[in-house]
Design a protein around this ligand. Structure first.
Ligand code: 8GP
Length: 809
């Protein structure tokens, strides 16, 4: 693919400057010179968004098939620098800005990092948008425009404190509100049966609450500037006709406003759980709103293009559901087709199933959403009728096919035990179900979804996740990216497989030394950020050992902390013991209500307090927690890291994506055989990764055998017992007290994530890995080997697989 050099966007820096200056008058009614940096950034983003929309208007005119990616989360990250790169105009814009007495860096620093997602699932959706545009397909996002993003994390006395993320405070220059594309969505009320003269009948849902869903569109710019797609985010507003004007006129503003706030609540907050129950009716409303609004707008566009030719809907439209949150797509599409477009019930079911596909992102049982039937039916009475009827027919057919055996019914039916099971709903309405790494897909087939696999094996497939290598390598790691481009040209931006050409440099000492210098540059950048945001100093001569991700018991940040305590204790006991000087970097948020995860954050701060302030360890070990993990600071962290900690209990992490980002940024993985770590180890080769610990099947054996007792293990391992005791004996209590609940998790709950079992293997693996850091050239050769073999993890590859196997684009 030819790469746009941006010449048809701005002919030169003067042209950019002229167009940019004009915008100030148009948008703000004042001159560039009178504006703040924030305003200058805003105008620049508006200009670039406008250029993107000009490309958008022509880019998918000929597309015969459109893919809509339904996701409650899109964690976009800052867009300006990414779009300049993708449009090929970074240099001309930077030069123009210099001429005007400012800098791209300064203006880019004004951009918000919208937190419209929790973690892996939301960031994956954003990477996919980028890759769909890069691959030149018509692929659109459909999501929610939350008034407040995921909470901003602050740390007070070592504890996580959640603050509101008012990301819209200065406006969002990338979006455009599309009033004329608004649609109405109805909740509650009753279903009325109508009868025609010749015995025909139909239903309508009447009364209840009508909400206006208003879309905001954000352009998605593909690298090479050929294709610009869009992300449509829905906001909930009161429908005008329903506004309580009487109350308002009577001066009862509270009543009039209550209605407003009830409705607006639907798009006010993002639920802050990356796994686990949400269980709130508001969540169900969010799910239905973005599903119904998205589908209504798709049907409207389809009808404009193809008329009422619904038979061929699935030839032109794919609806991809990101996890179970959009599970109502199936029945809602049926409802719209049957009730509003007169399509026959059976035909509508086939259309829906042919159009819809589903990705599962977790094996955590608590993340499999379920709703009480009563709640569900009351809120969505007409939709429920479709689910009920489809489920009834499904059960009838299954019983007939299996000679009355009810086993498969119990696991695969949608309505069961007075609940609506959303994963089952997703699967029933999908022609494809995929996992996100080889191991995860196998676990779905063999255990979590095994009965579905028995019934419809052909629909299961694996699509190993990927990441946007342009953002997370080219843009995040400028020093290294420059070195790479000097060595192998710019082709890797377009095709990540070209990173393979770096293999030729694995024995090139000059290159390896330059790599070292580039890593140091990135470490300094991170150190400056950390100094500025937390006041903590980082020694850039040390190994940067990084674990950044959501806080969750299965991800085992606790195991990492135990290793640090081990090193600390051992240094105090034995003065000749000198572990490799290391800075342990943690970053990530814990769900507000997830007490254990928040305690682990507090523990990290207490360990930092003890270790960082003990002169006896001579600064060899340092623990740094970087607050408020988000896409923007993640980019700094990945680039500066030497070791990638991926230490989840095997079988629990569906894929992981920070493992891919860190590998690409030349960090060596220290990990369990879990999720995509397995694919990483196959690509990197055994000398270039450090794997330790129980495998997924061994973990299952431990659980199944029932013979593991954490206390017995501690009785035999005094070193580890001493560490566990530190949780409650006051050694770590100075900052904010002891850690009884973590102690209980290990001993009363019997170490559910097998932290204690994997401990020895983990420490040994860490020591071996870090000892090899001293021979820096050999380390860098291995690090380079990782980058050279990371091209597979570009989301471009993942998207090509979805296009070929699932969407048939
Ligand atoms: C995450 C997985 O935990 C992670 O391994 C994977 O890389 C990522 O999805 C992208 O596939 N899962 C979730 O974030 C998740 O399941 N969230 C929903 C339960 C809310």
């Amino acid at each position: 693919m030819a790469v746009n050099n941006g010449q048809n966007i701005f002919t030169d820096k003067q042209d950019f400057e002229d167009q940019y200056r004009d915008k100030f008058i148009q948008i703000l009614g004042k001159y560039y010179g009178e504006c703040t940096d924030q305003e200058r950034y805003n105008v620049l983003a508006r200009l670039i968004a406008e250029k993107a929309r000009e490309i958008q208007s022509t880019s998918y005119i000929h597309a015969n098939k459109q893919v809509y990616y339904f996701s409650l989360e899109f964690l976009l990250g800052p867009l300006l620098e990414n779009y300049l790169l993708n449009l090929g105009i970074t240099d001309v814009v930077a030069a123009g800005l210099e001429e005007m007495g400012t800098s791209l860096q300064k203006l880019a620093a004004q951009e918000v990092d919208p937190g419209l997602g929790n973690g892996g699932l939301g960031r994956l959706a954003a990477c996919f948008l980028d890759s769909m545009a890069h691959e030149g397909m018509a692929g659109f996002g459909n999501g929610m425009r939350y008034r407040y993003g995921l909470f901003r994390q602050e740390i007070k006395d070592g504890r996580q404190v959640e603050c509101t993320d008012n990301w819209l405070a200065n406006g969002y220059p990338w979006e455009v509100r599309k009033d004329d594309s608004s649609v109405l969505v109805r909740f509650g009320g009753t279903v009325v049966r109508h009868e025609g003269e010749n015995g025909d009948f139909w239903f309508s849902q009447e009364g209840g609450q009508v909400v206006k869903a208003v879309p905001y569109d954000v352009p998605i710019v593909g690298y090479g500037a050929k294709t610009v797609n869009k992300l449509r985010l829905w906001s909930a507003e009161p429908a005008e006709e329903d506004f309580d004007l009487d109350a308002f006129n009577a001066g009862d503003y509270a009543r009039a406003n209550k209605f407003r706030s009830d409705v607006e609540a639907i798009s006010t907050i993002l639920y802050p759980n990356d796994s686990g129950e949400h269980g709130r009716i508001l969540r169900l409303k969010q799910e239905y709103l973005f599903v119904s609004a998205g589908l209504q707008s798709i049907l409207r566009a389809y009808k404009d293009k193809y008329g009422e030719d619904w038979d061929h809907f699935a030839d032109h439209v794919c609806i991809h559901t990101n996890d179970t949150h959009p599970a109502m797509c199936g029945p809602e599409l049926m409802r719209l087709l049957v009730d509003e477009h007169g399509v026959d019930f059976n035909e509508a079911f086939d259309i829906a199933r042919n159009a819809i596909s589903y990705t599962n992102h977790t094996v955590m049982p608590e993340a499999l959403e379920k709703w009480p039937i009563n709640t569900f039916r009351e809120l969505l009475p007409r939709l429920y009728m479709f689910i009920d009827e489809v489920d009834r027919r499904y059960k009838e057919q299954l019983l007939a096919d299996s000679n009355g055996n009810t086993d498969l019914l119990a696991s695969t039916a949608v309505l069961w035990d007075n609940t609506v099971r959303m994963a089952n709903l997703s699967i029933l309405f999908s022609h494809s179900v995929n996992g996100v790494s080889d191991l995860h897909t196998n676990i779905l087939k063999q255990s979590v979804l095994k009965d579905f696999y028995k019934l419809r094996p052909e629909i299961f497939n694996n699509k190993t996740n990927g990441i946007c290598h342009r953002r997370f390598l080219a843009q995040a790691n400028t020093a290294y990216a420059k070195l790479i481009t000097e060595a192998i040209g710019t082709g890797w931006l377009d095709d990540a497989n070209e990173l393979n050409k770096l293999s030729a440099f694995e024995n090139d000492v000059e290159f390896l030394d330059e790599m070292d210098a580039a890593k140091r540059e990135e470490k300094e950048r991170l150190a400056a950020y950390v100094k500025k945001t937390t006041g903590i100093e980082m020694d850039t001569n040390t190994i940067f050992d990084t674990q950044v991700k959501r806080f969750h018991a299965y991800k085992r940040q606790l195991l990492n902390i135990f290793k640090i305590l081990y090193l600390y204790n051992r240094m105090l006991d034995d003065q000749s013991y000198k572990p490799a000087p290391t800075t342990f970097i943690f970053s990530g948020k814990a769900a507000q209500s997830y007490t254990f995860a928040k305690e682990v954050i507090r523990l990290i701060h207490s360990v930092a307090d003890v270790v960082n302030n003990d002169e006896r360890i001579e600064g060899r070990l340092k623990v740094v927690f970087i607050p408020n993990f988000a896409v923007s600071n993640a980019q700094l962290i990945y680039a500066a890291s030497d070791i990638s900690e991926q230490i989840s209990v095997a079988g629990a992490e569906a894929s992981g994506t920070s493992n891919m980002k860190l590998m690409m940024n030349a960090a060596l993985t220290l990990g369990t055989y879990d999720g995509s770590n397995i694919e990483i180890s196959e690509l990197a080769g055994p000398e270039n990764i450090k794997i330790f610990g129980l495998r997924a099947d061994e973990v299952q054996q431990v659980y199944a055998s029932g013979t593991y007792f954490a206390q017995n293990l501690l009785n035999q391992n005094p070193t580890l017992a001493r560490i566990v005791n530190m949780l409650t004996d006051g050694s770590l209590a100075r900052l904010s007290g002891n850690f009884e609940s973590i102690h209980d998790y290990l001993l009363i709950n019997n170490d559910p994530d097998l932290v204690l079992i994997d401990f020895d293997a983990y420490v040994k693996a860490w020591e071996e890995l870090t000892q090899s850091y001293a021979d820096r050239r050999s380390w860098n050769a291995r690090a380079l080997h990782n980058t050279a073999n990371s091209g597979f993890f570009s989301a471009d590859r993942t998207i090509r697989e979805y296009m070929e196997d699932i969407w048939h684009v």
